[in-house]
Ligand binder design. Structure first.
Ligand code: AMP
Length: 309
C-alpha cells in the first residue's frame, strides 16, 4: 500500500445552532473534517474539492500547513463556497438542515491531480454521487479500498445515481437514519444485510452518541462512542470518524476486518474530539499525546472479562 489517501468532498462555510450557542459562519465541509482528522496520522492526503472566491486564504493555509495536498481543489472566481446551516435539537443526536446552498458545487467537475490517480485508498466523502463516481473513473490504478459516505440529501435527490455507485464501493459508512432510509428497513442488522447485497463488503452504521457497528459477512463489531459530559457541536463527527478510520487503515497498510476494528476505534476517538468544540476547532489543535490518552480511555471503556463455563 502506498500510504496515499485521496479524499473528495465539500469544503464549506457552515452556520450552526445548538441548544447552547450559535455561529453564523465557520469553516466546515466533509472534506475539511476528513482531512483534518486523517492528518493526525502518518498518511499522505490529497483533497479534491471546489470553493468560491470567498474561501479565505487562512483556511486554505490551515490545511496546507498540515501537509494536506490541495492541488485538486478548484477555486472559482466570482462564485460562492458551498454553504450549509443546521440546528441541533436538545438531544444533540438529531438536527434539522435549515439551508443548503450548493453554490460552486453545481459547477463541480472533479479533477484528480496526476500524482493521485493511483492512491490506494479513496474516500468518497458525502457529496453528489455523480461527483463521487467522476473521481473513481479517473483512477488509473484500481484503489485497494473505496470508502463512501452519503446522506439523506443525496438519497432524496440523486437516488438512481447513488444506486449505480454503491456496487463500486467496498465500505459504505452511513448513520442509522440514513441506513433505514436507504433500505426501507427499521432493523439496522437487516439494513446492513441489504446494503451488503448491493455490493459493499463492509458496512459501517454510525449511531451518534451510541457508537458504531461494523458489518462484514456474518460478523459484527460494535464500537462505543466516548460518553462525554459535554457535547458542544456534533457537526462533522461522522466525517472526522470516517477520516480517522481511513487514515488508520492507510497508515497500517492493512484493510482486513481486524484492522477495521481498530480503525473504527481510532475514528471514534477523532469524532469525540470534534464534538467538544464548534466546527473543526479541536482537530486543529490536537496533539499526539491527547490522542494517545483518549485511545487509552477507549481501551478501558471496552475492556472486560467474564467467566465462561
Ligand atoms: P456531518 O455532521 O458529519 O454530517 O458533516 C457536517 C458537514 O457536512 C458540514 O460541515 C457541512 O458543510 C457538510 N454538508 C452538509 N450537507 C451536505 C451535503 N448535502 N453534501 C455535502 N456536504 C454537506
Amino acid at each position: 500500500m502506498d500510504n496515499k489517501l485521496l479524499v473528495v468532498g465539500t469544503m464549506a462555510y457552515d452556520a450552526i445552532e445548538t441548544p447552547f450557542d450559535k455561529v453564523d459562519k465557520i469553516l466546515g465541509g466533509c472534506a475539511t473534517y476528513i482531512a483534518l482528522s486523517a492528518c493526525q496520522l502518518q498518511v499522505k492526503i490529497g483533497v479534491v474539492s471546489i470553493v468560491g472566491e470567498d474561501f479565505e486564504e487562512k483556511h486554505l493555509n490551515l490545511l496546507r500547513n498540515k501537509h494536506i495536498d490541495l492541488s485538486g481543489v478548484a477555486i472559482l472566481k466570482g462564485e460562492k463556497t458551498f454553504f450549509w446551516s443546521g440546528r441541533y435539537h436538545n438531544d444533540l443526536n438529531t438536527r434539522t438542515t435549515l439551508q443548503t446552498d450548493l453554490n460552486v458545487l453545481t459547477q463541480f467537475d472533479p479533477k484528480v491531480p496526476e500524482g493521485w490517480c493511483d492512491a490506494s485508498i479513496v474516500l468518497l466523502g458525502n457529496l453528489n454521487p455523480l461527483n463521487q463516481a467522476a473521481v473513481l473513473n479517473q483512477m488509473t490504478t484500481p484503489p485497494q479500498l473505496v470508502i463512501m459516505d452519503t446522506m439523506n440529501y443525496w438519497m432524496d435527490h440523486f437516488r438512481a445515481d447513488l444506486d449505480e455507485l454503491i456496487p463500486r464501493v467496498d465500505v459504505l459508512c452511513i448513520n442509522d437514519e440514513e441506513a433505514r432510509q436507504l433500505t426501507d428497513q427499521n432493523s439496522l442488522v437487516k439494513a446492513a444485510k441489504i446494503i451488503q447485497g448491493m455490493g459493499p463488503k463492509y458496512v459501517i452504521i454510525k449511531k451518534g452518541e451510541h457508537g458504531a457497528l461494523l458489518f462484514h459477512q456474518q460478523e459484527v463489531f460494535c464500537a462505543p462512542a466516548l460518553p462525554l459530559e459535554e457535547i458542544f457541536d456534533p457537526t462533522g463527527a461522522g466525517d472526522s470518524f470516517v477520516g480517522g478510520f481511513a487514515a488508520y487503515l492507510s497508515q497500517h497498510g492493512d484493510i482486513s476486518f481486524e484492522a477495521m476494528k481498530s480503525a473504527i476505534i481510532f475514528g471514534s476517538a477523532m469524532a469525540s474530539f470534534t464534538v467538544e468544540k464548534f466546527g473543526p476547532q479541536n482537530l486543529e489543535i490536537l496533539t499526539h499525546e491527547k490522542i494517545q490518552k483518549r485511545l487509552r480511555t477507549f481501551n478501558q471503556l471496552t475492556k472486560f472479562e467474564i467467566a465462561l463455563t
